[in-house]
Design a binder for this molecule. Structure first.
Ligand SMILES: [Zn+2]
Length: 157
Protein backbone atom coordinates (compact mmCIF):
# COMPACT_ATOMS: atom_id res chain seq x y z
CA UNK A 1 0.00 0.00 0.00
CA UNK A 2 1.38 3.41 -0.91
CA UNK A 3 1.41 5.83 2.03
CA UNK A 4 -1.87 7.63 2.39
CA UNK A 5 -1.61 11.18 1.10
CA UNK A 6 -3.33 13.87 3.11
CA UNK A 7 -4.19 17.18 1.56
CA UNK A 8 -2.86 19.15 4.55
CA UNK A 9 0.53 17.47 4.23
CA UNK A 10 0.97 18.28 0.58
CA UNK A 11 3.06 20.97 -0.97
CA UNK A 12 3.95 21.84 -4.53
CA UNK A 13 6.48 19.03 -4.67
CA UNK A 14 3.44 16.80 -5.11
CA UNK A 15 3.74 17.64 -8.80
CA UNK A 16 7.33 16.41 -9.04
CA UNK A 17 7.44 13.25 -11.08
CA UNK A 18 3.84 13.69 -12.10
CA UNK A 19 4.51 16.46 -14.57
CA UNK A 20 6.90 17.45 -17.32
CA UNK A 21 8.14 21.00 -17.68
CA UNK A 22 7.69 22.63 -21.04
CA UNK A 23 10.55 25.04 -21.55
CA UNK A 24 8.83 26.63 -24.52
CA UNK A 25 5.71 27.78 -22.68
CA UNK A 26 6.85 27.34 -19.05
CA UNK A 27 3.93 25.00 -18.52
CA UNK A 28 3.98 22.14 -16.09
CA UNK A 29 2.12 19.42 -17.90
CA UNK A 30 0.40 16.75 -15.86
CA UNK A 31 1.26 13.28 -17.16
CA UNK A 32 -0.94 11.18 -14.89
CA UNK A 33 -4.69 10.58 -14.99
CA UNK A 34 -6.81 13.20 -16.68
CA UNK A 35 -10.45 14.14 -16.31
CA UNK A 36 -12.67 13.95 -19.36
CA UNK A 37 -12.10 17.62 -20.20
CA UNK A 38 -8.35 17.07 -20.33
CA UNK A 39 -7.68 18.54 -16.89
CA UNK A 40 -5.24 16.96 -14.49
CA UNK A 41 -7.02 14.72 -12.03
CA UNK A 42 -5.42 14.16 -8.65
CA UNK A 43 -6.63 11.59 -6.18
CA UNK A 44 -5.90 12.55 -2.59
CA UNK A 45 -7.40 10.78 0.41
CA UNK A 46 -9.94 9.16 -1.86
CA UNK A 47 -11.11 12.50 -3.17
CA UNK A 48 -10.51 13.82 -6.63
CA UNK A 49 -9.23 17.28 -7.32
CA UNK A 50 -8.51 19.11 -10.52
CA UNK A 51 -4.76 19.56 -10.74
CA UNK A 52 -4.82 23.24 -11.67
CA UNK A 53 -7.11 24.01 -8.71
CA UNK A 54 -4.88 21.98 -6.44
CA UNK A 55 -1.82 23.86 -7.70
CA UNK A 56 -3.50 27.15 -6.85
CA UNK A 57 -4.42 25.86 -3.40
CA UNK A 58 -0.96 24.55 -2.64
CA UNK A 59 0.59 27.84 -3.65
CA UNK A 60 -1.83 30.30 -2.09
CA UNK A 61 -3.42 28.28 0.71
CA UNK A 62 -6.98 28.84 -0.45
CA UNK A 63 -9.21 27.37 -3.08
CA UNK A 64 -9.87 29.50 -6.13
CA UNK A 65 -13.43 30.47 -7.01
CA UNK A 66 -12.80 29.77 -10.62
CA UNK A 67 -9.32 28.68 -11.55
CA UNK A 68 -8.30 29.73 -15.02
CA UNK A 69 -5.33 28.88 -17.17
CA UNK A 70 -3.52 31.86 -18.63
CA UNK A 71 -1.78 29.45 -20.98
CA UNK A 72 -4.94 27.76 -22.25
CA UNK A 73 -3.52 24.33 -21.60
CA UNK A 74 -5.90 22.31 -19.50
CA UNK A 75 -3.34 19.76 -18.42
CA UNK A 76 -1.06 22.48 -17.12
CA UNK A 77 -0.66 22.60 -13.33
CA UNK A 78 1.90 25.41 -13.17
CA UNK A 79 0.66 27.67 -10.38
CA UNK A 80 2.11 30.67 -12.23
CA UNK A 81 -0.33 29.95 -15.04
CA UNK A 82 -3.39 29.64 -12.82
CA UNK A 83 -5.48 32.63 -11.88
CA UNK A 84 -8.60 32.99 -9.86
CA UNK A 85 -11.41 35.05 -11.23
CA UNK A 86 -14.60 35.08 -13.14
CA UNK A 87 -14.42 34.04 -16.72
CA UNK A 88 -14.96 37.54 -18.10
CA UNK A 89 -12.45 39.13 -15.81
CA UNK A 90 -9.84 36.61 -16.53
CA UNK A 91 -10.17 36.82 -20.28
CA UNK A 92 -9.94 40.60 -20.10
CA UNK A 93 -6.84 40.34 -17.96
CA UNK A 94 -5.33 37.85 -20.32
CA UNK A 95 -5.97 40.10 -23.28
CA UNK A 96 -4.49 43.02 -21.43
CA UNK A 97 -1.32 41.13 -20.73
CA UNK A 98 -1.17 39.74 -24.24
CA UNK A 99 -1.56 36.21 -22.97
CA UNK A 100 -4.71 35.37 -24.80
CA UNK A 101 -2.75 33.94 -27.67
CA UNK A 102 0.04 31.87 -26.26
CA UNK A 103 2.74 30.80 -28.62
CA UNK A 104 1.47 28.04 -30.82
CA UNK A 105 2.92 24.69 -29.92
CA UNK A 106 4.22 24.35 -33.49
CA UNK A 107 6.59 27.21 -32.98
CA UNK A 108 7.96 25.83 -29.76
CA UNK A 109 11.50 24.67 -29.55
CA UNK A 110 11.79 20.99 -29.03
CA UNK A 111 15.37 21.12 -27.97
CA UNK A 112 14.51 19.51 -24.65
CA UNK A 113 13.99 16.26 -26.51
CA UNK A 114 16.76 13.77 -26.98
CA UNK A 115 17.15 10.80 -29.28
CA UNK A 116 15.82 8.35 -26.71
CA UNK A 117 12.64 10.36 -26.45
CA UNK A 118 12.38 10.82 -30.20
CA UNK A 119 12.61 7.06 -30.69
CA UNK A 120 10.05 6.52 -27.96
CA UNK A 121 7.73 9.01 -29.67
CA UNK A 122 8.09 7.11 -32.97
CA UNK A 123 7.54 3.81 -31.21
CA UNK A 124 4.38 5.03 -29.45
CA UNK A 125 3.02 6.15 -32.78
CA UNK A 126 4.04 3.11 -34.81
CA UNK A 127 3.48 0.35 -32.30
CA UNK A 128 0.84 1.68 -29.95
CA UNK A 129 -0.97 3.88 -32.42
CA UNK A 130 -1.26 6.83 -30.05
CA UNK A 131 -2.45 10.08 -31.58
CA UNK A 132 0.05 12.88 -32.15
CA UNK A 133 -1.88 14.88 -29.61
CA UNK A 134 -1.64 12.18 -26.94
CA UNK A 135 2.07 11.72 -27.54
CA UNK A 136 2.59 15.46 -27.64
CA UNK A 137 0.98 15.86 -24.22
CA UNK A 138 3.17 13.17 -22.78
CA UNK A 139 6.34 14.86 -24.01
CA UNK A 140 5.11 18.43 -23.70
CA UNK A 141 5.48 19.12 -27.38
CA UNK A 142 2.98 20.35 -29.92
CA UNK A 143 0.88 18.10 -32.08
CA UNK A 144 2.67 19.18 -35.25
CA UNK A 145 6.10 18.89 -33.71
CA UNK A 146 5.15 15.36 -32.87
CA UNK A 147 3.89 14.67 -36.38
CA UNK A 148 7.08 16.03 -37.95
CA UNK A 149 9.11 13.74 -35.74
CA UNK A 150 7.01 10.72 -36.65
CA UNK A 151 7.13 11.32 -40.39
CA UNK A 152 10.84 12.03 -40.21
CA UNK A 153 10.66 15.66 -41.23
CA UNK A 154 12.66 16.56 -38.15
CA UNK A 155 15.14 14.44 -36.20
CA UNK A 156 16.31 12.54 -39.27
CA UNK A 157 18.13 9.35 -38.40
ZN1 LIG B 1 0.72 26.51 -18.45
Amino acid sequence: MPPRIRLEDLDLSYFDGRTVYDHGTECLIWIKAKASGGYAYCGISQKLYYGHRLAFYLKWGRWPKEAMHTCDRKACVAWWHIEDGTRGQNTADAYARGLRRPRRPESMHNTHLDWTQVREIRRLRAEEGLTYKAIGLRFAIGENTCRYICIGKTWKE
